[in-house]
Design a binder for this molecule. Structure first.
Ligand SMILES: [Ca+2]
Ligand SMILES: [Ca+2]
Length: 602
């Protein structure tokens, strides 16, 4: 079981059964999770959380929950769910692609070894140069920045000041310049908003822990005695106050004390933070960290009704400040996330789909195509983020069982599925890296050595594989991974079927090969893949119904990851959009993916 837990850290959900991993994590995670890495472990730990924690005793719930009048009032005034899902009225999301950036690792402008905002500005054209037909930029129209405010850690998920840019990254004015430069290129900016906890070095906590009468005391969750139960990591939930005889609650380790969201003063304080970033800093929205854990209820620590009510209220507040602000939350779990819809945040990341994609790649099968269908059916209006891996997971090309051809198939797939895609910086050039976390967040490989990133000594060594997996090398090779990403992102952006079109998978006669249709008015895309290392012969694809109008369709290859000269036979669509036994080619080669445009043959 311990091995299973480790595997879960290495690749989300690799053990499959979340119940099993829960048990494993509860018994094998050391209570002394290193403070410096706790935030980094946040999301990995979250995957192991059970759907419902065992029923808490009345005593435990009482001891953990603040019982002040203010707390009761805050909980009582949270709004109720509405019942109807609504489409997003944020145009850029529909045909968008986001690019996740760790500023410390992107580009260093001043030689101190740390990436910074001026470095990011210098490299903006790489992400999007503002030309919709560019072949030299990725074409992403959105950037998600991992935390950028003051912090004692390298990763920043533990802030000491919600209002000030990390000095390693630059100044608040540098940030404003960055936003302005991004906007000039049509790039929206999302910042990471960490609401669950602050750093223990935050002045609020420093005052709260030193003085029981401090106005900040109830910003955190203090208890006179240690209730004694674990957090969801299997580690301690309460830590001894170093400046008192009491204990404070910290879901992610003692360095990261949880904020008390039952205190209306915390809500007001954080609304100020939100308003500052939306108004003064002009960001376009937020990625919200670890939102499953905002309000714990005793030992019921994840997905509580109070957390969801809070998200509903925060979402309303955000829209009141900036109606077209976009929010996406981290609910890191393989469990269904339906209960976070319809009127909480705009979107959440589809971790279960990402997990299934990595598993499909490793096993050479196409199960993710059905997972994507379940997601598509259960979450209306494609309001979710799709991705392969993020900053908390092993780099996709370094995940067990994933080769470059498989990664190309996976990339072609997720960039043509419903949802808003998120590309983790360096993924597009195949950067490698396995945990520990610093190794999956290494400096961007602009050239074949560190000089592409910094003139000084990089904060962390660059990863292996740099000779082949760097921007300069791949830029000039038409069939490189980088150029595949550029092509796919631009195609998604410019193709109505991929930007919000309907999604219908084919049934396949062989689980190593799969296909699906994306359809919008006057725009039809078919994607055909073979995920395996074996050829797939005599495959037949069928569907009982689809949105395709009946008729004969000519298939034109838009993307072929192997750059062959293959042609496809016409697709015959019958009544109700049904397709019976389509064989795209006698043999679908191992490790292949095709994006085809379907047009009615006259
Ligand atoms: Ca620097
Ligand atoms: Ca919390």
């Amino acid at each position: 079981m311990a091995v299973c837990w480790l595997v879960t850290l290495l690749a989300l959900g690799a053990c499959g059964d979340s119940t099993a991993t829960t048990t494993a994590s509860a018994t094998s995670v050391p209570a002394t999770t290193a403070p410096a890495t706790t935030a980094a472990f946040t999301t990995a730990a979250a995957t192991t959380a059970p759907a419902t924690t065992p029923a808490t005793t009345a005593a435990a719930a009482t001891t953990a929950a603040p019982t002040t009048q203010a707390a009761t009032t805050a909980a009582a005034t949270t709004s109720a769910a509405t019942t109807q899902a609504q489409p997003l009225n944020i145009p850029w999301v529909k045909n968008g692609t986001c690019y996740e950036v760790f500023v410390r690792s992107f580009f260093d402008s001043n030689g101190d070894g740390n990436g910074d905002l001026n470095g990011l500005i210098a490299k903006l054209d790489y992400i999007n140069d503002g030309n919709p037909n560019s072949t030299k930029s990725l074409g992403a129209n959105c950037i998600w920045l991992m935390p950028i405010t003051s912090s004692p850690s390298y990763h920043g998920y533990d802030t000491t000041d919600y209002y000030t840019i990390n000095k390693d990254y630059g100044t608040n004015d540098d940030f404003k310049k960055f936003v302005s430069e991004a906007h000039k290129r049509g790039i929206k900016v999302l910042t990471d908003l960490v609401l669950n906890h602050t750093s223990k070095d935050h002045p609020w906590f420093q005052q709260a822990s030193a003085d029981p009468n401090s106005p900040y005391r109830n910003y955190y969750i203090f208890q006179p005695n240690n209730p004694g139960y674990d957090n969801l990591n299997g580690g301690k939930a309460f830590y001894k106050n170093p400046k008192g005889n009491d204990y404070y609650f910290a879901q992610f380790g003692g360095d990261l004390p949880d904020l008390n969201w039952r205190n209306p003063a915390v809500v007001t304080e954080m609304e100020k933070v939100i308003k500052y970033w939306l108004s003064d800093m002009d960001v376009d929205g937020f990625r919200l960290d670890a939102v499953r854990y905002l309000i714990e209820d005793g030992q019921n620590q994840a997905d509580t009704p109070e957390t969801k009510a809070l998200l509903r209220d925060l979402s309303k507040y955000i829209k009141s400040v900036k109606p077209d602000a976009f929010t996406i939350g981290e609910v890191y779990t393989n469990l269904p996330i339906d209960s976070y819809y319809p009127d909480q945040l705009d979107e959440y990341f589809a971790f279960n789909l990402a997990d299934q994609m990595v598993k499909s790649g490793a096993s050479g099968t196409t199960g993710f195509i059905d997972t994507a269908k379940t997601l598509y059916n259960s979450l209306p209006y494609q309001r979710y983020g799709v991705f392969l891996t993020n900053h908390d997971q092993n780099r996709i090309l370094d995940a067990p069982g994933i080769s470059l051809p498989k990664m190309q198939v996976l990339a072609t797939s997720y960039l043509t599925l419903p949802g808003l895609p998120f590309v983790y910086y360096g993924e597009e050039i195949g950067m490698l890296g396995r945990k520990p976390d610093e190794k999956i967040r290494t400096p961007m490989q602009w050239t074949d050595d560190k000089s592409g990133f910094t003139t000084g000594t990089p904060w962390e060594d660059l990863n292996t594989g740099i000779t082949q997996y760097n921007v300069a090398y791949q830029d000039g090779k038409p069939d490189s991974l980088l150029n595949l990403y550029r092509k796919l992102i631009h195609l998604r952006s410019n193709t109505p079927a991929l930007a919000g079109g309907t999604y219908t998978p084919f049934e396949s006669t062989n689980f190593i090969a799969g296909a699906y249709i994306r359809h919008a008015e006057n725009s039809n895309i078919m994607v055909v893949i073979n995920m395996d290392t074996s050829d797939a012969t005599a495959i037949k694809f069928s569907m009982k119904s689809s949105d395709l109008p009946p008729g004969e369709y000519k298939a034109t290859v838009l993307v072929d990851i192997n750059n062959t000269n293959v042609t496809f036979p016409n697709l015959t669509v019958g009544a109700n959009g049904a397709v019976s036994g389509y064989t795209p080619m006698a043999t679908i080669p191992a490790g292949s993916a095709y994006v085809l445009e379907l047009k009615k043959a006259s």
